[in-house]
Ligand binder design. Structure first.
Ligand code: TYM
Length: 329
């Protein structure tokens, strides 16, 4: 079976972009592959100014609950917290040593995040090597992610290839799997910028969080930026309308021709109203499950403990190959 690995940062709530670009697809294909889904808490430390220890600990559990509430079955998927498996940090160090500095400095996510903060921690720069470690530890074939992670998965391959040249073959080379629709959900308040967790904090109406109530969702969608026309054919629509059509398509899984036919000749109001319904139909049951899962904290902890044990078995075998190849250990 194909080995699938992916992860998300436990930095605040998930938004609709995370769901449409990644999580939804993990759930839909959970029977097709052998899956490992990680909660990458060490990655969340790369912006230490935003970290509160208690909140990070809680957010990791909440993210695990959101994975389960979205429909990931803990029996069929291995779910664990990154910091519970020490091999991630160990391999990240070794991969950093095999990664040219220029490769890391070229990453667009690094460049844009480094601009946002007064001082940039080294962790932000070497973050992709930790991501490469996450992926390479599990002999991963496929990494289902949104468009913004494509560059990091390509870098993971490059790092593995360079490691092989230096120390010999150890890793499998993974590929990114990026959905055709919804791989880059844009901000509702600004369709020129990607929907992001950090912008959502200061801009109400930018994102829809998975735990938002119906009223908040309605308000965000009804006031989403469109244009003064009534063009709902995807190819001719403005960025804001295209964003709404894409989200609608991703959630209903209808072909774009069917979506266009539904809204042909109607104003944007009809599209927005229909989208509110589709989003709420998706999130209402998800939220109900989330609250049930969070009410059984012991059950959730048990899933994570068992996940970490199984992950450690796989990771420690890979790490042994790395130690043998490099002469450490
Ligand atoms: P993160 O936590 O920023 O995002 C989690 C997932 O959501 C996708 N995503 C989006 N998709 C569509 N539209 C958007 N606006 C949008 N915003 C986010 C992301 O592409 C991602 O799939 N570095 C990673 C976490 C990570 C990881 C890994 C992923 C660490 N190790 C190993 C895969 C494999 C990140 O920060 O994702």
């Amino acid at each position: 079976k194909t080995r699938v690995f992916s992860g998300m940062q436990p930095s605040g709530e998930l938004h609709l972009g995370n769901y449409v670009g990644a999580l939804q697809h993990w759930v839909a294909r959970q029977d097709e592959s052998d899956n490992i889904f990680c909660i990458v808490d060490l990655h969340a430390l790369t912006i230490p100014e935003q970290i509160d220890a208690r909140a990070l600990h809680d957010n990791a559990r909440k993210l695990a609950a959101l994975y389960l509430a979205s429909g990931l079955d803990p029996e069929r998927n291995l779910i664990f917290i990154q910091s519970h498996v020490r091999e991630h940090s160990e391999l990240a160090w070794i991969l950093n040593c095999a990664t040219p500095l220029g490769w890391l400095q070229r990453m667009t996510q690094f460049k844009s995040k480094a601009q946002q903060f007064e001082s940039t921690g080294t962790g932000l720069l070497i973050y992709p090597a930790l991501q490469a470690a996450d992926i390479l530890l599990y002999d991963t074939d496929a990494v289902p992610v949104g468009e913004d992670q494509r560059q990091h998965i390509e870098l993971t391959r490059d790092i593995a290839i360079r490691f092989h040249r230096l120390f010999g073959e150890v890793f499998k080379l993974p590929v990114a799997v990026i959905p055709e629709v919804g791989a880059r959900v844009m901000g509702l308040d600004d369709p020129e910028t990607k929907m992001s967790k950090s912008l959502a904090v200061t801009r109400p109406g930018h994102a829809i969080n998975l735990l938002d109530d119906e009223k908040t969702i309605r308000k965000a969608i009804m006031s989403a930026v469109t244009d003064s026309g009534r063009e709902t054919r995807f190819a001719h629509a403005s960025p804001g309308v295209r964003n709404l059509l894409s989200i609608y398509q991703a959630l209903t899984r209808e072909p774009m021709s069917a979506v266009e036919a539904t809204f042909a000749g109607q104003g944007y109001g009809a599209l927005k109203k229909a989208l509110v319904e589709v989003v709420w139909e998706t999130l209402r049951p998800l939220q109900a499950r989330y609250h049930e899962i969070m009410a059984d904290r012991a059950g959730l902890e048990a899933v994570l403990t068992r996940g970490a044990e199984r992950a450690r078995e796989i990771a420690s075998a890979t790490m042994q190959r790395v130690r043998d190849a490099t002469g450490v250990g």
